[in-house]
Structure formats: C-alpha cells, structure tokens
Design a protein around this ligand. Structure first.
Ligand SMILES: *Cc1c(COP(=O)(O)O)cnc(C)c1O
Length: 374
C-alpha cells in the first residue's frame, strides 16, 4: 500500500527534532519565560545574524510585522504603497491597516515576482513605499527595484515571508529594504508551532521605533511614548524557532534537492519554475504551470497527492478590493497565470521516492488530461 503525500508534513519534521524541541519547551515553561525574556532575545539575536542584519524584532505574526514596519516609517492615511498583484492578502491588508492605499502592479510572467517595467508608471506624488514580495522563495530583482526607489525617494519594505535564507547576486533577503518582514507561520520554511513573525532592519532608530510600536509604544513598563499595538513573539515560539533555525540551512538544501528532481522529471510536461541567474531560490513553494489545472489536481488527489494553488485570484481582483476598481486587463500576466499555476508538495523531510512518485503521477495526469504543452 502506498501512503498519501501531504502538501506539507510537519509531523515528520517534529519527530526528527522532538528531543530538542521538547527540552526547549520545557525550559520556557519551567522558567516561566512567556513574554519577553531570554528565549526571545536569543532568537532575535540568532535570526538577525542568520539574515546578516543588525536588528531583529519579534512580532505576533508576519502580517503584523508588515503593518508595524509601515507604521514605524510613518506611513498612514493619504499615502500610497505599491505592491505586487500576486501575493497573499496579508501584504495588502497591512497597507490598508496602516491607513494607506494599496496600489497593485502586475507580475513578471516567468518569475511571478513584481514586474519592474511597470513600477515607475505606478508611482504618484502620494507614493511613499514599495513592498516587493519574494514570492515562492525567489527574491524579486532587488538591485533594480532599489535603484527605482532611490530615484523617487521611496521606502522599501521587503515581504520576505516566503524567503528565509534566499539570496540574489550574493545578497540576502531582508538586507535591502528599510525593513524586511518574515512570517513563521507553521508551514513557512522556518515555522513556529503557532503564529509568529519578525521585522529586521539595519537602522538603529527604525529598529527602536518598530520595537516600541509592537509593544504598546512603550520604552519602559508604563512609559508609553505613543500608542502602538500588542504584537510580540512569545517565549515558547521563540525557543521553538531557535531550535529549528539550527536546521534551516540543511532543510533549505533538501528543498533545493527536491526541486532538482521535479525540474528534471517535469521539464517536458509542464512549465517549471524560472530561476533568475544569480538567484538562490529557497522553494517555499514549487509552482509549475499546466493546462487543465483543476483536472490534473483532481487526478493527483485520487492518487493521494495533495497540491495547492498560490494564489487562485490576484489580490486586486478579490471582492475585498472591488472598491479600487481594478480590471483583469490591468494585470495580464497575473490573470493568465491564475488558472495554470499548481503548487507541488515540497518539504525537507520528503524522500526521493515521494518526489519520484509525484513526478510519475503528474506525468500520467497530464497525459490523460491532454494538458501537455502548457
Ligand atoms: C504567510 C505570508 C504572510 C503573512 O504571514 P502571517 O504570519 O501568516 O501573518 C505575508 N506575506 C506573504 C507573502 C506570506 O506568504
């Protein structure tokens, strides 16, 4: 009997590191280090080192991290913030939450990342910042983007929620913008056992402001300089993340090995991910393009293989943004992608056999569905 292949498998990961995790959790509880404290400090220090930045500020989740970064930059009502049409809604929610207006631009059809050719045309007198999303684990073209941002005096906040450890031309995700924001949602490449996130920056003053904003605007227990929010990384999640961070590099390498198996096995039957020269993709998601996507998904499901779609509707075309008045023809690339993209199972604990089975079943599905040549 063959077993199912889940889209992500966090149970097998836990089994492989359970003694370390259990010890860390026990230590947090027995020392009652629930809010703040040494486990949070330790993770913040280790994660900033991992990213190669001066400061890391824990947050309650990745959405809050983006919101806090925008507030720390003083962005609010009357401002516009440009971001990519294809991302998770957290990116644009953070913009709206700050009081600013999201302005969406189309993606590059190959990488699915923000299309720099369309960027300058979207900049107005109200634009204050750009949020590039390092989608699927591959960085946006940050050198080009930073150049445009500099020319127009705009802040850049990287949405690095899917890109822990990704690099482009030797420079890591999180080191380009005024801020970069990470999510440690359980299924992310570095995942907590609940919600968690972080903001990183090289700027001392911005770091101090973001830290205050995330913690009730306080500099001391009851000394509140302004109103902020309560969005902190807690001790338990920090201790768990600190354990997992030690394994992240190895896990990333394994994701890349699985991606090579898929690349090789699928190149003749689907459009496999396009990786820019000089980019190190960390494969949070392995996204192919096929015709008859829904039928292919169904055939795979029948064989016990779970897949995903990231994301079925470009953000500006969601009901939530109907009031902004965007049309499909404003986003030809994102609109063309939406019915063909298919995310395959990928995680560090996947075996070569499992990856091989996905390739075989996908080939069968594509041939019977006549999806060839997408
Ligand atoms: C996961 C994700 C977020 C939000 O992170 P949460 O921790 O779930 O709030 C933001 N942006 C992108 C691109 C994401 O994938």
């Amino acid at each position: 009997m063959t077993t199912n292949i889940d889209f992500v498998d966090l149970k097998t990961q836990y089994e492989s590191i359970s003694s370390e995790i259990d010890a860390a959790v026990r230590e947090v509880i027995t020392t009652a280090s629930f809010i703040g404290g040494r486990f949070v400090k330790s993770f913040e220090s280790n994660f900033s080192q991992y990213c190669g930045v001066r400061h890391c500020i824990g947050a309650g989740n990745g959405t809050d991290a983006l919101f806090i970064a925008l507030k720390a930059l003083g962005i609010g009502p009357g401002d516009e913030v440009i971001t990519a049409a294809n991302s998770f809604i957290a990116t644009s929610e953070a913009i709206t939450l700050s009081g600013a207006r999201p302005v969406f631009i189309d993606c590059d059809e190959k990488t699915c990342n923000i299309d720099l050719k369309r960027l300058e045309g979207a900049i107005t007198g109200k634009t204050r910042a750009i949020i590039p999303v390092h989608l699927y684990g591959q960085m946006a073209d940050m050198h080009g983007l930073m150049e445009i941002a500099r020319r127009h005096g705009l802040y850049v906040v990287e949405d690095a929620a899917q890109a822990h450890g990704a690099t482009y031309k030797g420079q890591a995700a999180g080191t380009f913008g005024a801020f970069a924001c990470f999510s440690f949602f359980p299924g992310k490449n570095l995942g907590a056992y609940g919600d968690a996130g972080a903001i990183v920056t090289n700027d001392d003053a911005l770091a101090a402001r973001a830290r205050m904003y995330a913690n009730h605007g306080r500099i001391d227990k009851y000394d509140h300089v302004f109103e902020g929010v309560n969005s902190r990384l807690d001790g338990l999640q920090a201790a768990i993340l600190d354990v997992k961070l030690k394994h992240l590099e190895r896990w990333t390498k394994r994701r890349q090995e699985i991606a090579r198996i898929y690349d090789e096995g699928l190149k003749d039957i689907a459009v496999t991910p396009s990786v820019l020269p000089g980019a190190e993709h960390v494969y949070h998601l392995y996204v192919i393009r096929v015709r008859n996507r829904e039928n292919v998904r169904k055939s795979l499901k029948e064989k016990g293989i779970s897949t995903g779609v990231h994301y079925p509707t470009p953000l500006p075309l969601l009901k939530a943004y109907a009031h902004l008045g965007y049309r499909p023809q404003d986003f030809p690339a994102a609109y063309a992608l939406k019915d063909e993209i298919l995310s395959l199972p990928i995680y560090a604990d996947m075996t070569d056999d499992q990856a091989g089975r996905v390739v075989r079943e996908l080939k069968n599905a594509v041939c019977t569905e006549g999806s060839l040549g997408a």
